[in-house]
Design a binder for this molecule. Structure first.
Ligand code: GLC
Length: 633
């Protein structure tokens, strides 16, 4: 059952598609206080588990920490953080009763989930205008299904987007891209997509291609497509200020950029240097920006990733001026503790500063809206701009769309990647823990940068990361500028990588089917074990395994130099060890088992009475023969 409570006059985020009439506030089920903001206080039972918050740090059970919904460009996903790139304002308190809470509010929200008081959940909304949806049901899964009905159907990518994808910041030119594809083909490792990071553009200008690096881009894209490879270019939120650049000139002339308080265009530096930022909250701006993707779809491009759309601001024009003034005032002085750290902090604080965000204004339907109140839907509306254009122009399921920033609602227009993680062992598990949360909020097509984005990966870490990625709808290896090569063929014994990626291709018919069912039924692909075994205390506390679809459970190895891992089975299951075309199965009884998993193997646990179809592997998704599968059970 869904109850909606409206406080004040909420900003229409359009996250919700199912009409629900608001109940009277006198029936609001939680203690609530309205002053500067809305504050809800909810008592938690000792055994309650709190699921949710989608793409966020820490555990599957969110208890014991404080989180903030505030889309943040932060490349250090450490335990002490409180925000990542997304604002997924949905939690589910699961215990004797099952209660989902969705706070539809596009500004900052603080979720103190037993951090200040162990058994108290305090939600602080930084404003008094919000819709609060309270959803109850028989089971956590029921609550999620109800919620998903409320927010509408998930984005479904084209079938080929289930293939393996290789990315790097950057493959700057056609020769490099060719070398990457040739490397994969020579090692006989399946591949479907190669990503183009910012260097394909001319001076980092959206919707341009540097002709020197990619001469005859449309011909080149067509040639790659003939080889079965899609090129996936990046699009950033900031538009470079440059006379003669049509996107900038048009946006400026039409008044489509975000403003300062005095009505001038807000300016900040990102990769291209000084930029303006399209006011994606406006329908006319979305339509305009969306139609600009045509420059690339006309060249045959069928997939994009929208980046830096929190929006990330390296520095604002004003902030930089102030900081440089401070530096010149201090020049020649003896910098004591206060002065030195003041200067250092001034430079460090240039990026993504609160003061800059507070100086941005949107103009929606004749109304001026301060950015702080709507920050969390900026990136989501960039995704929507693209998604609406793609759907209108090409129909559904034709274009791959990924976004870094997101808010619930954007799950209808695209998928997400989990941003700039690290080549750290702990980030295998961090990604695993985000999956059910993201799924709850409708983001089904998602996954982490496999191998880790920042830092140098080791061979074994990449293999173990990939063995998780075998199951994530988005299976993309991506790495940052300056890191060691992270392509599968770049390591010794590429055959091990082939074995793992082939398992993905063998499982694609199953994963595709599971994905489609989850999209149709408002279900999750990945569930915490607690959803399926609520009476099993060990299962409820398990944070290193996930249920996948109706049939199985995944349990990736996540530690270095480990020849396997301990797996907990809440019931009798079959252990399948998959590697290349080989499959080894073994029945295992309920309980703990140490399972040996070599670096070229992928473990999968199959429930009793269930069977998983496997097709023959192929080098491209288009070459898969999905007709006569073999079954493992
Ligand atoms: C951001 C993105 C990353 C990309 C980089 C350069 O950090 O998250 O994926 O490679 O920008 O465009």
């Amino acid at each position: 059952m869904i109850n909606k409570y409206t406080f004040g006059e909420p900003y229409p985020t359009e996250a919700v598609v199912q009409p629900v009439s608001a109940s009277g506030l006198e029936g609001f089920p939680f203690a609530c206080c309205l002053s500067d903001g809305l504050e809800l206080t909810i008592a938690m039972d000792r055994d309650d588990i709190v699921f949710g918050l989608g793409e966020s740090i820490r555990g599957i059970n969110k208890r014991g920490w404080v989180y903030e919904s505030w889309c943040s460009d932060d490349p250090y996903h450490t335990e002490d953080k409180i925000s990542l790139y997304a604002a997924h304002n949905f939690i589910l308190i699961s215990g004797r009763t099952q209660t989902g809470i969705f706070i539809d509010f596009p500004g900052r929200i603080r979720w103190d989930i037993g951090y200040t008081k162990t058994d108290e959940l305090k939600i602080t909304v930084s404003g008094t205008d919000a819709d609060v949806y309270v959803i109850t049901g028989e089971s956590p899964r029921d609550v999620v299904r109800e919620f998903r009905g409320l927010i509408g159907p998930s984005y479904v990518p084209p079938f080929w987007a289930f293939g393996f994808q290789q990315s790097r910041w950057s493959y700057p030119d056609a020769e490099t891209v060719d070398r990457i594809i040739a490397g994969y083909d020579a090692a006989q490792i399946p591949l479907d997509c190669v990503y183009l990071d910012i260097d394909y553009m001319k001076d980092y200008k959206d919707f341009t291609v540097d002709e020197r690096k990619f001469p005859d881009f449309a011909d080149y894209a067509a040639e790659k497509k003939k080889q079965g490879i899609r090129l996936i270019p990046i699009i950033d939120a900031g538009i470079r200020e440059e006379d003669g650049y049509s996107v900038y000139e048009e946006g400026k002339r039409l008044g489509y950029f975000c403003k300062n308080a005095d009505g001038s265009d807000f300016e900040a530096g990102v990769w291209p240097g000084m930029c303006c930022f399209p006011d994606f909250l406006r329908a006319d701006v979305r339509e305009w920006f969306g139609s600009r993707y045509r420059a690339l779809t006309d060249a045959g491009i069928e997939g994009f990733w929208n980046d830096m759309n929190e929006p990330a601001l390296f520095y604002s024009a004003d902030g930089l001026r102030r900081t440089l003034d401070l530096a010149s005032q201090l020049k020649g002085q003896n910098l004591d503790l206060g002065k030195f750290f003041g200067l250092k902090d001034a430079f460090a604080g240039l990026s993504n500063s609160e003061r800059d965000y507070a100086s941005i204004f949107h103009h929606v339907n004749g109304r001026q809206v301060g950015h702080m109140q709507v920050h969390n839907i900026y990136g989501a509306n960039m995704t929507r701009a693209a998604g609406d254009f793609f759907e209108k122009e090409f129909g559904r399921e034709k274009i791959l769309m990924l976004s870094r920033a997101s808010y619930i609602g954007a799950h209808r227009s695209g998928g997400i990647w989990f941003g700039d993680n690290h080549s750290w062992w702990s980030h295998i598990l961090l990604a695993l823990k985000m999956l059910p949360g993201a799924n709850m909020c409708g983001f089904l097509y998602c996954g982490p940068d496999l191998g880790g984005f920042n830092g140098n990966v080791s061979r074994d870490l990449l293999l173990r990361f990939l063995a998780l990625g075998v199951f994530t709808p988005l299976m993309r290896c991506h790495s940052a500028l300056g890191t060691r090569d992270q392509e599968c063929f770049a390591f010794e014994d590429p055959g091990d990588f082939r074995d793992v990626v082939q398992v993905r291709y063998r499982l694609i018919p199953y994963l595709w089917d599971t994905f489609r069912k989850a999209a149709q039924n408002g279900d999750m692909i990945f569930r915490p074990l607690a959803f399926d075994y609520p009476d099993d205390m060990i299962a409820c506390e398990c944070e290193t395994q996930l249920m996948l679809g109706e049939e199985c459970m995944i349990a990736p190895v996540f530690e270095q130099n480990a020849s396997g891992r301990t797996v907990y089975l809440p019931e009798d299951m079959t252990l399948a060890i998959l590697s290349g075309e080989s499959v080894r199965t073994e029945p295992l009884e309920k309980g703990f088992h140490y399972v040996r998993v070599a670096l070229n193997e992928v473990p999968l646990l199959i429930k009793k009475g269930k069977k998983i179809p496997l097709c023959r592997p192929a080098l491209r998704t288009a070459l898969l023969d999905t007709e006569k599968p073999e079954y493992i059970m």
